[in-house]
Design a protein around this ligand. Structure first.
Ligand SMILES: Cc1cc2nc3c(=O)[nH]c(=O)nc-3n(C[C@H](O)[C@H](O)[C@H](O)COP(=O)(O)OP(=O)(O)OC[C@H]3O[C@@H](n4cnc5c(N)ncnc54)[C@H](O)[C@@H]3O)c2cc1C
Ligand code: FES
Length: 269
């Protein structure tokens, strides 16, 4: 058995999150991968079609992964039904490491599908509520229909998180925030001088949010974000995910903003 050998996992439940995004609950057919850390990813293999990196969206008590259909492999994974079997390798990469921020406030900011990789970090922080200060979850989506884990957000609020959602285009009946996620940064009820921030979404969203947080007094080294690049091996062998001197599968995907800023394809404004 090598890190390149996928282990068979059965889809035991499937939940539609939005029109193009599903969450699969997965259970090992026999041998299991080690429990992932929040922010890590697995290589998910749709047999006969291909393999793609997908972050874990829940690590315990069950493994969940949330997938947006954008191409052949993700469409095949989103088309899986309960009972079907996929292949899984991993977990790979460096995660959020929110343990490092114990005792301090947290800001978790997500754009679109970026809420999926951040969800295990939110759940970890809420399960250890006394270990952290205030927790602000900021979410931006294109429309209200694109919001992930909508039913769970109320539960996060009930467990002590501030959860703010903003949309680019409100539909009828939307009474929440409208506009860029950066507009929410000022409303995050945290002490920026000591908080840790965790960002996931399109690069332009992460860059602008990081800039807004630093503008509020946060240290750039305490802002972490997750970079995405096309991957093949997931374990630092093939060079497919090379970015500068880094391999994103091995040295990321999560890294401090102060290191990532120079690597992002969306340059400083
Ligand atoms: C570390 C990591 C974690 C990820 N986590 C998730 C996740 O939790 N949920 C999820 O839905 N997706 C996630 N992705 C993105 C996912 O891997 C891609 O959507 C997938 O590889 C697309 O493969 P495909 O064969 O379906 O489509 P393709 O035909 O390969 O691509 C379809 C379109 O998506 C673009 N694309 C392909 N790969 C990427 C990529 N890595 N980043 C940005 N654009 C890409 C292509 O340029 C093309 O426009 C993650 C990617 C990485 C690197
Ligand atoms: S995907 Fe092969 S080195 Fe990163």
């Amino acid at each position: 058995m090598t890190p390149m050998t996928p282990l068979p996992y059965r889809v035991i439940a499937k939940r539609a999150e939005t029109a193009d995004t599903v969450t699969l609950t997965l259970s090992p057919v026999s041998a299991a991968i080690p429990e992932p850390e929040p922010g890590q990813f697995t290589m998910m293999y749709a047999f006969g079609i291909g393999e793609v990196p997908i972050s874990v969206s829940r690590t315990r008590p069950v493994l969940e992964q949330t997938i947006r259909a954008v191409g052949a492999v993700t469409e095949a994974l989103c088309g899986m039904e309960a009972g079907q079997v996929i292949g899984l390798r991993g977990p790979f990469g460096i995660g959020w490491d929110i343990d490092e921020a114990r005792g301090r406030d947290l800001v978790l900011a997500a754009g679109g599908i970026g809420l999926a990789p951040l969800r295990p970090a939110v759940l970890r922080a809420l399960s250890q509520r006394d270990a952290y200060g205030r927790i602000a979850v900021l979410v931006g989506t294109r429309t209200p229909d694109d919001l992930l884990f909508e039913e769970e957000l109320g539960e996060w609020r009930a467990r002590g998180a501030q959860v703010e959602v903003t949309v680019d285009r409100p539909g009828p009946g939307w009474a929440g925030h409208v506009g860029l996620i950066t507009n929410l940064v000022g409303s995050a009820d945290v002490d920026p001088s000591e908080a840790g921030a965790y960002l996931c979404g399109p690069e332009i969203m992460m860059r602008l949010t990081a800039q807004a947080l630093v503008g509020r007094g946060m240290h750039a080294g305490r802002v972490r974000l997750s970079l995405e690049r096309n991957m093949r091996c997931g374990i630092g062998w093939c060079g497919h995910c090379q970015l500068g001197s880094l391999l994103i599968c091995r040295d990321g995907p999560v890294m401090p903003y102060e290191h990532a800023a120079a690597l992002m394809t969306v340059k400083e404004l």
